[in-house]
Design a protein around this ligand. Structure first.
Ligand code: ASP
Length: 586
């Protein structure tokens, strides 16, 4: 036996007990004739104490310990003289009478404490050391608790956890596939699932009725803070349901998680916002509704009412009202202008208007507009003395709204309105079925090609497909899309039509999705579902900015695992076995 207790367990009530502990040396301190060692394991830290006068050799041994050595000690629990209120075990220490070094450690490349001196890259390379830090380990503990609660909730609702294969064919979630060459089928490749979408639909045809899986998905796309090439979904599907049934069940799951993990009771139904409204008011299909500052359209007020040609030529003019910001300095305004002009946002400029204490309006376009027009602007914006109105315009309404969205979020940050401990949830519904892809020169499915159009919009499929709305829904929390799904097409004819609109030839549709179309010939139940992004949920609950820190072994923003040094080249023998030859183009 290595230990009787963990390093996080012992309390004052254990004083006098003989115990054995094992763990890592966090720190050694010498003080007078004493040595103190902080012993750490997953559960906490316990102070060990060695007294030179009582056992000189043992104390010497303790003094010689290095950081991260793995040791085992035997000793007696003792009430501490100097108690440490910040540590759960801070009222006791272990007076050690035997010390065994189980494994010594080299000096670690960074200090393994919450406030570490290790930079990002170094910590990723030695991720197994990084994970020893309490603040990182906490995230994995939270992740575990959340998956347990997800399983508890879904099990209580009759869902079956079913695994689906990783080596499959292409799945249509709109990203590039990661592919795996098949040795036994020369020249052929598996694709790793972008999601188990088609498989879970087949499970509905198979009569499984309610399916879920906590599953890895793989998408080869450019990475951002909330994206990893492999990530985890809580993937679900249900039979004989309509949109309201799915929304109700998974809103229940979100509430269950908030209650059990955060202790927050959410009693009200989550608001549902049509996609068009989300775009109009926030310029985003995942609006951060922790704060207001909604967009106000200003075409009526500012177009044709003055000599400002930028506005007069625009297809969209919109503004936000930043409360109390009229005192912004020139420099602050310049910073905002630079912010919207950055290449990621790409706006041409920013117009501002300050509402003065006396109610008059002073703006950067004063010379083009009368005070009367500016007063109308103030009224339309519902702005008050001390407010700053920020206005953007452009010839593409969608693009300009997205730019204004970035500005709104930036102002939210500046004004401290995006509090990580406040949660604002909603469903965005009624997504358009299709979006136009400039790159592809055709309509693309906004969700995926199996999404059911709204019944009342089906007649528009033939005439105005771009106006068709879908039975699709996303759950949004604090400006993050935490999940999304749809009701699926279960009628083979309608599915056929969808493929046609999406530009699939009959042969290609058959080649790529023949298995699904075939299955639908044998009695497919009406069905629908959703997938929650587990990594996003955990990072939201943990208050993290990136999903990376709630993943045990994440990849960096070039998609590399710097610890394993992957991806890497294959040796010639492996290539030969796979019938592959490499020809890297510039
Ligand atoms: N497969 C979809 C996705 O990964 C989710 C769903 O429609 O259930 O986004």
């Amino acid at each position: 036996m290595y230990r009787t207790n963990t390093c996080g367990e012992l309390r004052l009530s254990d004083a006098g007990k003989d115990v054995m502990l094992a763990g890592w040396v966090q720190r050694v301190r010498k003080m007078g004739g004493m040595a103190f060692v902080d012993l750490r394991d997953r559960y906490g830290i316990t102070q060990l104490v060695f007294n030179e006068e009582i056992n000189h050799a043992l104390c010497e041994q303790a003094n010689n310990l290095g950081r991260e050595d793995v040791i085992q000690v035997k000793g007696k629990v003792n009430e501490r003289e100097c108690k440490n209120q910040h540590l759960p075990t801070g009222e006791i220490e272990i007076v050690v009478n035997e010390l065994n070094v189980l494994n010594s450690s080299e000096v670690p490349p960074f200090t393994i404490e919450d406030h570490t001196d290790g930079g990002d890259d170094l910590r990723m390379k030695y991720r197994y050391l990084d994970l020893r830090r309490g603040c990182v380990r906490k995230n994995l503990e939270l992740r575990h608790q959340m998956t347990m609660e997800v399983r508890r909730y879904l099990d209580s609702k009759g869902f079956l956890e079913i695994e689906t294969p990783m080596l499959i064919g292409s799945t249509p979630e709109g990203a590039r596939d990661f592919v795996v060459p098949s040795r036994m089928n020369p020249g052929q490749f598996y694709a790793l699932p972008q999601s188990p979408q088609t498989l879970k639909q087949l499970l509905m045809v198979a009569g499984m009725d309610r399916y879920f899986q906590i599953v890895k998905c793989f998408r080869d796309e450019d990475l951002r803070a909330d994206r990893q090439p492999e990530f985890t979904q809580i993937d679900c599907e249900m039979s004989f349901v309509e949109q309201d049934d799915v929304i109700e069940l998974f809103e229940g799951m979100a509430k269950h998680l908030f209650k059990t993990i955060r202790g927050v009771e959410l009693t009200e139904p989550f608001p549902r916002m049509p996609w068009s409204e989300a775009m109009r008011l926030y310029g985003s299909d995942k609006p951060d509704t922790r704060f207001g500052m909604e967009f106000v359209e200003l075409m009526d007020v500012l177009q044709g009412t003055g000599e400002f040609s930028v506005f007069n030529d625009a297809r969209y003019i919109g503004g936000i009202c930043a409360p109390g910001c009229a005192t912004y300095t020139r420099k602050q305004i310049d910073q905002l202008t630079d912010f919207v002009k950055r290449s990621q946002i790409g706006a041409k400029g920013l117009v501002y208007a300050r509402v003065q204490e006396d109610g008059s309006v002073k703006s950067s376009v004063d010379k083009f507009y009368t005070q009367e027009v500016l007063q109308r602007l103030k009224e339309t914006m519902q702005a008050h003395a001390g407010d700053l109105i920020l206005i953007m315009s452009g010839d593409d309404a969608m693009k300009t709204r997205k730019q204004l969205c970035e500005l709104r979020l930036e102002m939210g940050n500046r004004l401290g309105l995006r509090d990580k401990n406040k949660f604002s949830l909603l469903w965005v519904v009624d997504f358009p079925m299709f979006e136009w892809s400039e790159e592809e020169g055709r309509l693309m499915a906004m969700h995926h090609p199996f999404t059911h159009p709204k019944d009342e919009d089906i007649p528009l499929l033939d005439t105005h497909p771009e106006q068709v709305r879908a039975d699709a829904y996303d759950m949004v929390c604090n400006g993050v899309e935490v999940g999304g799904g749809s009701i699926r097409i279960h009628d083979p004819e309608l599915q056929d039509k969808m493929f046609k609109i999406l530009g699939f030839t009959e042969e290609r549709a058959q080649e790529q999705f023949g298995f699904l179309m075939n299955a639908f010939k044998y009695g497919a139940p009406p069905h629908g579902g959703l997938a929650y992004g587990l990594d996003r949920w955990v990072s939201l609950f943990a208050g993290l900015d990136s999903i990376r820190d709630c993943i045990a072994f994440p990849k960096n923003n070039k998609g590399r695992d710097v610890m394993l040094d992957a991806p890497a080249a294959l040796d010639q023998k492996q290539l030969d076995e796979l019938n592959l030859s490499i020809d890297i183009k510039e």
